[in-house]
Write a protein that binds this ligand. Structure first.
Ligand code: UDP
Length: 421
C-alpha cells in the first residue's frame, strides 16, 4: 500500500537525529507540549516498520524552518516531506489553526497531481486530522486518525481547563471522530473518552503502539551507578503532568535509594529550566536533595543503558494518552511502578508486571517503590512477566500488522464495488 502519514508538528527526523536534539519534546515549546515527545518516536518507528513490511510510506510534516529541503529520504526507507503552510518557523498550536487549510490544500494538490496518490492517509494529532480530512475529501483518499492526546481528557486529568488546548479544539476533535474513516485508539481509557465525545464505537480500532526491541532489550551496556544504592529512574519530559514532583515527594519514604530523572533540556541548560529549578528546590525542602539527580535529555541511542541501570522505573503522570517509557523500561527488563492512568493502566498489569498506584499520591508511590526495592523475588518476577508481555503484545511489528489491516479495510470500503458480470 501507499501510506501517507501526516504529523504536522512532530517530525520523525527529530528522532533520527537529523533535526533538533534527541527524540523527546522537540516540539514542546512550540506546541505547549501536548502531542509532542512520544509522537515523534511513534511516527518514526511506525513508518520504519511499515516500510519493513513492504509498504511505500511518506510522512508529511509542516516546514518549520526555511533550511528544510522539500523531501528527505531516510535510512529507514520512507521519505519525509516538508509542507509549506504558514511561516517557516515553530508555531504554538493555537497559531497553527489558520494554516491547516493551506496544509490540506497542498497535500490534496500533491496527491492528485504529483504522481503519488496514497491508498490511505493516517493523521497523527487533531491538527493533522483537520488538514488530512480536507485533503482526503479533495483527493478521494480514506483517512485514519490517531488523536495521541484529547483536549478534554487532558483538562479533566490535570484538573485545569487551560489544558484543553486552543478554543474550538473540543469541537474539532468531536467532528473529526465522525469525519474520518477510522479512529485508531491507543488505550481502553481513550475508548471511554471517545464514547463520551460521541464517536461511534464501530469507528474505533484499538491498536496500541509498540516498543523498539532492537534498542530496548535487557542485555547491553549499563549506565554507571553506585552498586550499594538502589536506583529509582524516571524518563520523560519535565512537566507538571508527568508527576515528577510526586516522585520527589515519595523519596523520603524510600531511604537510601537514589532518584535519577532523565529528560528535559540537555544537562547544560537545566539551570535555566524553571521546572527543573522547582524540582531541585522541592528535593531540598523534602530533605532528599543529595539523592535526587537530574541528568537532562539523553539521546535515544543511550537511553537503554539508563533503563538497565535502574532497579525500578517510575512513571507517575497525572495523564498519559499512551506512554512509551514504561514499555521501554519493561523491554529492558526493569519492573515499573506506574500511575493507573491512560495507556499505563493497560501496559502495566498490576501485581503481575508492575505496580499501579493512583495519580498525584506520593504516599502510595513511596510505599510501592519501597516495597518493590525490598523484594528481589518480586522485582525479578515482574521483570520476567513484563518482558513476556512486551514480546507477545507490544512490538511495532504487531502494531504495523494490525494497522495494515485497518488501512486495507478503509481502502476497500472507499473503492467502488466491482461491476457484476
Ligand atoms: N526520550 C528520549 N530522551 C530523553 C527522554 C525521553 O529519547 O531524554 C524519549 C523516550 O524514550 C520516549 C519518548 O521520548 O520514547 C517520550 O514518549 P512518552 O510517550 O513516554 O511521553 P510523552 O509523549 O507523553 O511525553
Amino acid at each position: 500500500m501507499r501510506i501517507a502519514m501526516i504529523s504536522e508538528h512532530a517530525s520523525p527526523l527529530a528522532v533520527l537525529g537529523e533535526q533538533g536534539a534527541g527524540g523527546q519534546g522537540a516540539g514542546d515549546g512550540a506546541t505547549g507540549g501536548e502531542g509532542a515527545g512520544g509522537q515523534h518516536v511513534h511516527v518514526a518507528e511506525l513508518a520504519a516498520e511499515l516500510v519493513g513490511q513492504g509498504h511505500d510510506v511518506r510522512v508529511y510534516t509542516r516546514r518549520d524552518s526555511p533550511a528544510l529541503p522539500d523531501a528527505v529520504p531516510t535510512g529507514d526507507g520512507y521519505q519525509v516531506w516538508h509542507v509549506p503552510a504558514g511561516p517557516a518557523r515553530r508555531l504554538p498550536s493555537a497559531e497553527l489553526l489558520p494554516h491547516l487549510g493551506e496544509f490540506g490544500r497542498w497535500l490534496a494538490g500533491q496527491w492528485r497531481d504529483g504522481g503519488w496518490l496514497p491508498d490511505v492517509a493516517h493523521a497523527h494529532f487533531w491538527t493533522s486530522g483537520l488538514a488530512t480530512v480536507h485533503a482526503g475529501r479533495r483527493a478521494g483518499v480514506p483517512v485514519v486518525l490517531t488523536y495521541h492526546a484529547l483536549g478534554a481528557a487532558a483538562a479533566r486529568r490535570q484538573r485545569d481547563p487551560r489544558h484543553a488546548g486552543p478554543p474550538g479544539r473540543l469541537g474539532y476533535e468531536r467532528a473529526l471522530g465522525r469525519a474520518v474513516d477510522r479512529v485508531v485508539v491507543q488505550s481502553q481509557e481513550e475508548v471511554g473518552e471517545l464514547v463520551r465525545l460521541g464517536v461511534p464505537r464501530s469507528r474505533m480500532a484499538l491498536v496500541p503502539a509498540g516498543v523498539n526491541e532492537r534498542i530496548f532489550r535487557p542485555d547491553g551496556p549499563v549506565a554507571p551507578r553506585d552498586p550499594a544504592r538502589p536506583r529509582v529512574l524516571t524518563v520523560g519530559r519535565l512537566a507538571e503532568r508527568m508527576g515528577l514532583q510526586e516522585v520527589v515527594r515519595a523519596m523520603p519514604a524510600v531511604p537510601d535509594a537514589e532518584c535519577v530523572i532523565v529528560g528535559g533540556p540537555p544537562v547544560g541548560l537545566l539551570p535555566a529550566d524553571g521546572f527543573a529549578r522547582r524540582l531541585t528546590a522541592l528535593a531540598e525542602s523534602c530533605g532528599v536533595a543529595d539523592r535526587v539527580r537530574l541528568v537532562g535529555a539523553v539521546p535515544r541511542a543511550e537511553l537503554a543503558a539508563w533503563y538497565r541501570s535502574a532497579d525500578v522505573l517510575v512513571a507517575a503522570p497525572w495523564h498519559e494518552p499512551f506512554g512509551l517509557t514504561p514499555l521501554e523500561g519493561m523491554a529492558c527488563g526493569v519492573p515499573v511502578v506506574g500511575t493507573d492512568v491512560g495507556g499505563i493502566a493497560d501496559t502495566v498489569v498490576d501485581g503481575l508486571t508492575g505496580d499501579l498506584v493512583p495519580p498525584r499520591d506520593p504516599r502510595a508511590l513511596g510505599v510501592a517503590i519501597r516495597r518493590l526495592l525490598a523484594d528481589n523475588v518480586r522485582r525479578f518476577a515482574y521483570a520476567t512477566a513484563a518482558l513476556d508481555r512486551i514480546r507477545s503484545r507490544y512490538s511495532w511489528r504487531r502494531c504495523a500488522e494490525q494497522l495494515s489491516a485497518v488501512y486495507a479495510s478503509v481502502g476497500a470500503a472507499a473503492r467502488p464495488a466491482p461491476a457484476m458480470a
